[in-house]
Design a protein around this ligand. Structure first.
Ligand SMILES: NC(=O)c1ccc[n+]([C@@H]2O[C@H](COP(=O)([O-])OP(=O)(O)OC[C@H]3O[C@@H](n4cnc5c(N)ncnc54)[C@H](O)[C@@H]3O)[C@@H](O)[C@H]2O)c1
Length: 348
């Protein structure tokens, strides 16, 4: 729980993308702290069931709508005090084929929210959830907020564009903003075929083979509740307006090591095989977060270890059927990856 929960009691907070993986963890924590939360989500990947177990007596309301619809955004923004903006198209491989959709949602959608927020005189802070992907592959480790930005995908380019437009609009229209750059996050309530659920799903087959892309790639993995707490602290800590803040564990693991660790936690013997169809055209080799700024100005520390977080995620995956829905019709991950996940988990 948050030490600063008192600052949230009855606070009117708009959370975009609040039905998603990370968003629903943020909403759960805010509602527990007594905030009056409004979720704006089009449910393209987010799920109503992720909000069902959050008590509505705590003041949760849900608007089903699109951040690309200006009228809808302006209506949702009325009388809000805090905005936490997570809604986005987040799955990198989709962005290779749908860059326009990524820019429409991730950049234009963010601009709609910023302009609507700047018209409301009740807004105390707008928190934009950017991404460590804006940095590209590490030129030095760990990576602080001044690390050069070199996006390696249309997704990352759209996140950087929205990150920078948030910064400049805050100056032009005097909107108090904080920009948060989470590194890779994992945990229950998954919505996208990210690397951790992908490995868990394949390890569940029992045929002992894990087909993976770039197994040398290294990622900094943070448990979802830790990332969510850091996001909320960014919304309520005094004196951090205008800051860019990394959230990450501070250590990195290769995909190969991660796969071996997950298999061992699941008590499975596996052989790792290279699936060249999964290789990314311009992959990020390594990400390692320098989280000293978040520690210093937010008092944030990751609390859940990688092993403990993986155990919780595996337990969740065993008790729930993982189901990914893509915003894109007839897109291969529905036909290919989702089929693998469904069939593997049902056999696991
Ligand atoms: N998960 C990570 O590792 C990670 C790391 C860094 C940054 N992020 C950022 O965190 C945010 C949430 O990511 P996530 O992993 O929870 O993904 P997610 O797909 O679970 O969440 C995105 C949410 O936005 C909603 N959404 C998408 N397009 C929308 C639109 N046009 N209008 C309204 N709602 C829309 C989806 O339905 C979903 O609920 C994203 O901005 C992502 O870029 C995630």
């Amino acid at each position: 729980m948050l030490a600063d929960a008192n600052n949230l009691s009855s606070k009117r907070i708009l959370v975009t993308g609040g039905a998603g993986f990370l968003g629903s963890a943020v909403v759960r924590e805010l509602c527990h702290a007594g905030a009056k939360v409004t979720v704006l989500d089009n449910f393209s990947s987010g799920k109503k069931e992720y909000l069902n177990n959050i008590t509505r007596t705590n003041g949760l309301s849900v608007i089903e709508g699109d951040i690309c619809d200006v009228g809808n955004v302006e209506k949702s923004m009325r009388e809000m005090e805090l905005v936490i903006h997570l809604a986005a198209l987040p799955f990198i491989p989709d962005s290779y084929y749908h860059p326009r959709d990524f820019f429409k949602t991730n950049v234009d959608g963010t601009l709609n929210l910023l302009l609507a927020a700047s018209k409301e005189d009740t807004i105390e802070r707008f928190v934009y959830i950017s991404s460590s992907e804006v940095y590209g592959s590490a030129r030095h480790v760990p990576m602080d907020e001044n690390h050069p930005t070199l996006p390696h995908s249309s997704y990352a380019a759209s996140k950087l564009a929205a990150d920078r437009v948030t910064f400049t609009i805050s100056k032009e229209l005097s909107l108090p903003v904080v920009i948060v750059r989470p590194f890779n996050t994992f945990g229950p309530n998954i919505t996208q075929p990210y690397i951790v659920p992908e490995i868990i799903a394949q390890a569940s087959t029992g045929n002992g083979e894990l087909w993976l892309g770039n197994t040398e790639a290294c990622r900094d993995l943070t448990y979802v509740d830790d990332t969510a707490r850091g996001i909320i602290l960014s919304a309520i800590c005094p004196g951090v307006d205008g800051e860019v803040i990394n959230l990450g564990s501070g250590s990195s693991i290769s995909v190969k090591e991660l796969a071996t660790k997950i298999a061992s936690l699941m008590d499975k013997k596996v052989t790792i095989r290279n699936d060249t169809t999964r290789l990314r055209p311009f992959d990020v080799g390594k990400l390692v977060c320098d989280n000293s700024k978040a520690k210093k100005i937010l008092g944030w520390n990751p609390r859940i270890s990688l092993d403990e977080g993986l155990r919780r995620t595996i337990d969740w995956a065993r008790g729930n059927s993982i189901h990914f829905q893509s915003p894109f019709r007839n897109w291969y991950r529905i036909n290919k990856i989702t089929t693998v996940v469904h069939s593997t988990l049902s056999r696991g």
